[in-house]
Design a protein around this ligand. Sequence first.
Ligand SMILES: [Zn+2]
Length: 268
Amino acid sequence: MSDGIMREIYDRVREAEFVLVGIGEDFAYDWSALTEDERYREIEEEAGRDQENVWIIPFLQKMILQGGRDDRWARAYHNLGHMIAGKDYFIISLCIDDYIYDAGLEEKRIVTPCGGFRKMQCDRNCSHILYDVPQESCEAIVRYYNKELPLAALREPICEKCKGKLRFNQLGVTRYAQEGYLERWKEYTKWLQKTVNKRLCVLELGVGMEYPTVVRFPFEKIVLYNQKACLYRVHSSLWQIGEEIADRGCAVRGDPVDFLNQFTEDKA
Ligand SMILES: [Zn+2]
């Protein structure tokens, strides 16, 4: 598709003093891929029949996502990690699939403002506390998945403060606990200040218009004001770049996951 552009990006990243990466919905794991797992389909049907049991599904998703992934997303993240290793980078990802945390990158340089599967919170965020995912719940889900435990034996984890539901710290809960990412976000804004008037390479991978004020619009502004910055935007449908930064921007039309994967295949 665009081997030349990929080489150019590699060069620009190498020359840059700072690298800013934004990852968005066009890069997110396709949850429908889970339905290739027969047992997952079975459970989705069994647990989905009763509202009381739907909490099992995200636990199951977490379990399957953690089970040694070797798919196109894992490869793409690995390639991204390879590309920016050793650079002074920061990554904002809007994806909740947690792949980014398995890419061999430094966790302190990653912020995921939409949350993920790494922490839990009270659905009502009654105490602004984030909880570790209860090990016993994960183990019970594994045993249920392996048909060693019946559905009726599973217990939904509850908030010890208010006895409400404990849910994964993700956008979409009744009251999202922003405590899960705000500290890191502060570090990100501090890091951004260092990039002013420096050679900054900005990569936007699959960031569309779902939360444009988090990545897309601010990134454009950063590139507009920093004359030494460049922007590479990869997206399958929203790849266009506005005129005001067109001279320092490069728009790539294509699936961002395939885009990252193609290069190493070519190189190999
Ligand atoms: Zn609570």
